[in-house]
Design a protein around this ligand. Structure first.
Ligand SMILES: [Zn+2]
Ligand SMILES: [Zn+2]
Length: 463
């Protein structure tokens, strides 16, 4: 049997505040009884850039092991001394970039504080930050031991799982992004006039997406070649269009399919351009190109059909959560991400941790409405969601397909994080929630989570 090429994912550098690099490695080994050969480190934190840079006043440092402040390079150095290679993860959501210029715009023209990856300016900025990160981590690895071949930056991981957030309320579904640059793409041959069909209510998305108490219900169990009738059947089965009188399901199905394919084409094109550019910028044509996303056939928030990414012109490797589906990934390599819905619940927890401690988020936007107690409850809820989704046992590993002998295709290992119950409790325990300004609006009560998911972060409601 071929070896498991395992990767330890550090979803947020604050993981290193509560445990050191060697402690995370030990935690990983005690979960799956496999030693990681590489670590995945984030290039961005929700609060900013974790190293000195030309864009922000100071880099964001973390108190390594609860002690001295360290930046990305120092942390990479700690893992390099454990002989681990490094993957750098980019989640293209620079919510700390305050300028609306970079932000996504939904179909109704409302902006939100997440950057649009189609915009050339976003990719240029991310590319520069990433290039600097590759240099810093490369230097940190080289400094460990020049005798040994040692660790180096092996690949770039793009977390595309939430590129295109979904908002919605009262039956209205609002997809992102329809900024000028995105619209320009949809204005191309084959999809001219398509966007206008979605600029009304009801529209074709109502066939396959529905607002619920806890977020957005959706149909995603179909591939690139889905027939319109299948979408209509699934929609009736889920009761999505039962209340919509005079709804033309046939026309809607055709438009939805045209939309998904155009969004997929747009997403893969910009991903491809980004990877090509970064390889060129750092002069490393062998850098592995990895995409991280959820293990669903069509991802409404990633904008891609998973099976269509099995294409070495798009990427070298895919990371997605193991699912009941068998995805026959044959042309590129893949590593299952050992968490339900991949990074979804994990990212949601770290985003909320950040918001709780941020004065502006606590005063101006969504969280401002909630009492300190309600925010603490929500944080604990998110923590439990994140921990319970972890597939952190040897049994979870044993149920995966056998590792492939060929390192360039099929399953070559797995990716796991160390967000255990113990580590997550320490992390959440360290969050000091900024107190609410008195006189703010009262709690909306029991619908807290539903309200928040609709307001702050679009949430698809897979169990
Ligand atoms: Zn856009
Ligand atoms: Zn889903």
């Amino acid at each position: 049997m071929a070896d498991e090429r395992a990767i330890l994912d550090i979803p947020d550098l604050r993981m290193l505040e509560v445990a050191t690099a060697s402690e995370h490695v030990a935690e990983f080994e005690s979960s799956w009884e496999v030693s990681p050969h590489a670590v995945a480190l984030p290039v961005l934190q929700p609060s900013g850039i974790p190293f000195a840079n030309e864009y922000t006043v100071d880099g964001v440092s973390i108190r390594y092991g609860g002690g001295r402040g360290k930046y990305l390079g120092g942390i990479a150095h700690e893992f390099a001394t454990q002989n681990l290679g490094v993957y750098l993860v980019v989640r293209p959501d620079m919510s700390f970039a305050r300028s609306d210029v970079l932000h996504v715009v939904d179909i109704a023209g409302e902006g939100s504080a997440q950057t649009c990856f189609v915009k050339a300016a976003t990719r240029r900025l991310l590319g520069r930050i990433l290039k600097r990160a590759v240099e810093l981590v490369g230097e940190a690895c080289a400094a460990v031991d020049s005798e040994k071949p040692g660790s180096h930056v092996e690949g770039i991981v793009l977390d595309i799982s939430d590129l295109w957030p979904i908002g919605g309320d009262a039956g209205r579904i609002k997809l992102n992004c329809f900024c000028q640059e995105c619209r320009h793409h949809f204005d191309g041959p084959g999809t001219r006039g398509l966007v206008q069909e979605f600029e009304r209510f009801p529209n074709p998305w109502n066939l396959v997406l529905k607002t619920t108490e806890s977020g957005i219900g959706h149909i995603n169990d179909f591939g690139w070649d889905v027939l319109p009738q299948k979408l209509i059947n699934l929609s009736h089965l889920k009761g999505f269009i039962d209340d919509l009188k005079g709804y033309d399901a046939q026309a809607a199905a055709d438009s939805v399919i045209a939309y998904m394919r155009a969004r997929h084409a747009l997403t893969t094109r910009v991903v491809n351009e980004f990877f090509t550019q970064i390889r060129e910028d750092v002069g490393a044509p062998e850098l592995r190109r990895v995409l991280l996303l959820e293990g669903e056939q069509y991802g409404w928030t990633s904008g891609v059909f998973l099976s269509q990414l099995d294409d070495s012109s798009v990427c070298d490797e895919l990371w997605f959560n193991p699912t009941a589906h068998t995805f026959d990934i044959e042309r590129v390599a893949y590593r299952p991400y050992m968490h339900r819905r991949s990074r979804y619940f994990v990212n949601a927890l770290f985003d909320l941790m950040y918001m709780c401690g941020d004065e502006e988020k606590r005063t101006v936007v969504g969280l401002a409405m909630f009492s300190d107690k309600a925010v603490a409850d929500l944080l604990e809820h998110r923590r439990r969601q994140a921990v319970s989704g972890r597939l952190g046992t040897n049994l979870d590993l044993a149920s995966l397909p056998q590792p492939s002998d060929d390192q360039s295709r099929g399953r070559i290992g797995f990716v796991g994080n160390t967000l255990t119950d113990g580590i997550s409790k320490e992390l959440v325990g360290g969050v000091s929630i900024v107190p609410r300004v008195s006189g703010a609006i009262d709690d909306p009560g029991s619908d807290l989570e539903g309200f928040l998911s609709a307001m702050i972060k679009a949430s698809t409601d897979d169990p």
